[in-house]
Design a protein around this ligand. Sequence first.
Ligand SMILES: [Zn+2]
Ligand SMILES: [Zn+2]
Ligand SMILES: [Zn+2]
Ligand SMILES: [Zn+2]
Length: 373
Amino acid sequence: MNWLVLDDSVPGAVIGIDGRGIVDRAPDDASDKREEIVSEWQDPGNRGSWAAGDWQPQPEIVAYARLGVWEAALVRVGGHAQLGVRHDAGRPVWHGLSKSPDDMNRGLVGATLLAPGRLAEVTALTRRDDFVGVQVQGAERIQQLVVPRVVEHPPGEEIPPAMIRGSVTTLAAQSPAAPLDLPEELTAELVRRLRRKPADAVRIAVGLRIAETWRLPDGFELPLVYDVAPGKTQGYVTDETTGAPLSALHACRNHHLTGALDWCTHCLNPTCRLCSEAVRPCRLCQGTVCGDCVATPDGRCPACAALTKVGMFQRGRYGVSASGAVWHGAATNVQVTVRQERNYWSLERWDRYDRVTFPLDPHTVQTLRGWLA
Ligand SMILES: [Zn+2]
Ligand SMILES: [Zn+2]
Ligand SMILES: [Zn+2]
Ligand SMILES: [Zn+2]
């Protein structure tokens, strides 16, 4: 027996389903054998949409046949396949072909994260409510949007589909109740037909993409987009100049985000490596000075540019002998003192952060003599 009888109530005719489609033929015991009528399985187009009701996720209708008032559809979510039959647009009756709770869950995950009709095999997943975002120091987060970020064809083993489904949606997978009650041969034939068209399954890993707005102390609203890698919880922003992953960020005066700020000792306003006026060491005192504060084309800071010789009677205050010499320069937040005793030159620098004294090398002394002349 390799077919399913739908109707044998009319004398001289039996309607049923076999591997070819819906068939109308004379009964086996009929005396006069007439030609059988076969309405073959076809590409459904937009027919058979009744067969998608009561499924979660929406199934794929792979084949459809109609003969008179009888309709049949081969329906599946991956390896979970059923034959639906209806009479005169009534309620469908279902017969199971193959069961796959895993594919039902893969289909529900795929429909939720990718598109209807796609099965997702997930290797790693970060839940939307299970991550740690980045911090912008001294700023306030005023907006946050979190969406899944799908990476296709990742390496790694698949996580059990039921577990993933529970993390991705509160919906449960379901199909209309369908006993596995068809003759074995017919089931095998219909399953073979279904397998000719491969299911649309894709291996993915799911992380997060986070879009935020931060309000900086000066009122500027800074947009920020970053990712949490699949299966990880900590989000990182990639440093634009070093490529380093950063979870603690600082905003410079130009609202660039960076892992570490460079402070100008003169204006006390930070820059970063992306700033065109980025802080650099002063050519003479090595103190940090930004491009806005630098005083001379050769790269001296305002204090060094203001160095003037200290008169003979003031010299004692700076701790040099009568045979020595002293130059002093002062600017907002920074003071520089250069001392000379015979051939020994030293520089003392004093700013808001630090006070340092160091000897000047002969090359620097030579350049300095030119500046002081
Ligand atoms: Zn049945
Ligand atoms: Zn500055
Ligand atoms: Zn900057
Ligand atoms: Zn300087």
